[in-house]
Ligand binder design. Structure first.
Ligand code: DAH
Length: 343
């Protein structure tokens, strides 16, 4: 790649040399020589100059990013390893792929941002689990035995009767029980629970059998649905970086009363209508409501003194709407072309 601007061209030569010399190839993207070009851009007097200079600087950055992507540590033939066999501490460790070959998965880096926002709003984060039981999946959440609402969840079970959680609500009873003492000490219970969930779904562009949810739980004295809506709206506006409209429709979940379906104005098109919102301008984002007194009672919390709200929704969907990703299957595809757009 040739650059017309002298400064960009000189920086390109220096940065290519640095790339060859350094062991940490990614460091070239953080090199002062590249940052200096962006600083220089800001000092240019007129917009035509800025546009021409900016274009070349971006081209250079793309070139460097491409070099970093294409660089791979010299390929060593590694013997096959049986990842299922127990590791023998007396043997030397098997050689694994170098960590420089990987990058953070978009769902995980977005989850970090999501947890950071909730952290600043005073919510603790606890991870959900990937194997559970009928009590936490259903019974503790006020699903009576044989209630048809159980069928909504297309749950996978093991021969031993264990359950692959179909929602992160499996953590509600555990968390409420463990933090009941906080309430008694005058502190609210506030938690978000990210987790991987599983459903026997027919897979298509919008449905996966394995996806991620984020549960939210908040309990204190005097909590009402206004707190729920304000909390979700504040989070969503921070995550999408813009003002959004929200509304609720009545819904049914055994574990909340009242229950709502939470609707969000499409953050991708701002209600103009687009493929992301199926041209309706609104997105059915998640389920939520006021925690049912039976769920509080099951965790030994006095439902006459305390009330709370909860919600649960797909993390994959939040991320898809942020970036206009049309097919949820991309996330687990291992398609490097897709994944590297986020690295
Ligand atoms: N667990 C529900 C689902 O996956 C979502 C949900 C709805 C979670 C309401 C909640 C809630 O905590 O209060 O369909």
């Amino acid at each position: 790649m040739e650059y017309h601007n002298k400064e960009v061209s000189a920086a390109a030569t220096a940065l290519r040399k640095l790339f060859e010399k350094t062991d940490d190839k990614r460091s070239v993207l953080r090199a002062p020589g590249l940052a200096a070009l962006y600083d220089r851009l800001k000092t240019l007097p007129n917009s035509a100059q800025r546009a021409a200079f900016g274009k070349e600087v971006n081209q250079l950055k793309n070139e460097l990013e491409q070099m970093v992507r294409e660089y791979s540590v010299p390929k060593v033939e590694l013997p096959a390893i049986d990842v299922t066999s127990p590791f023998d501490v007396n043997q030397s460790k098997p050689k694994l792929l170098p960590v420089t070959d990987g990058s953070s998965h978009p769902l995980m880096s977005e989850l970090d941002k999501i947890l950071n926002i909730f952290g600043r709003m005073g919510f603790t984060a606890v991870e959900s689990r990937q194997l559970d039981d009928d009590y936490h999946m259903f019974t503790s959440l006020n699903f009576p035995p044989d209630h048809p609402a159980r069928d909504e969840y297309d749950t996978f079970t093991t021969d031993e009767g264990l359950v692959a959680p179909a929602h992160t609500s499996v953590m509600q009873n555990r968390f409420l029980k463990a933090h009941k003492k906080d309430l008694e000490a005058g502190q609210a219970i506030a938690a978000v629970v990210p987790g991987r969930v599983f459903r026997n779904e027919d897979v298509d562009a919008r449905h996966e059998h394995t996806f991620y949810q984020l549960e939210g739980i908040y309990v204190d004295k005097g909590i009402n649905a206004g707190h729920l809506i304000a909390t979700l709206k504040a989070f969503l506006e921070e995550y999408y970086g813009k003002t959004l409209e929200v509304k609720t429709n009545p819904f049914y979940f055994p574990f909340t009363e009242p229950s709502f379906e939470f609707m969000l104005s499409c953050p991708f098109c701002d209600k103009k209508g687009c493929g992301v919102c199926s041209y309706v301008g609104w997105i059915e984002l998640l389920g939520c409501g006021m925690i049912h007194p039976n769920v509080l009672k099951e965790a030994d919390i006095d439902s006459a003194t305390y009330t709370g709200f909860a919600w649960g929704g797909g993390i994959d969907r939040l991320v898809m709407m942020k970036y206009g990703i049309e097919d949820v299957r991309n996330f687990h595809s291992g398609n490097l072309k897709f994944l590297r757009q986020f690295s």
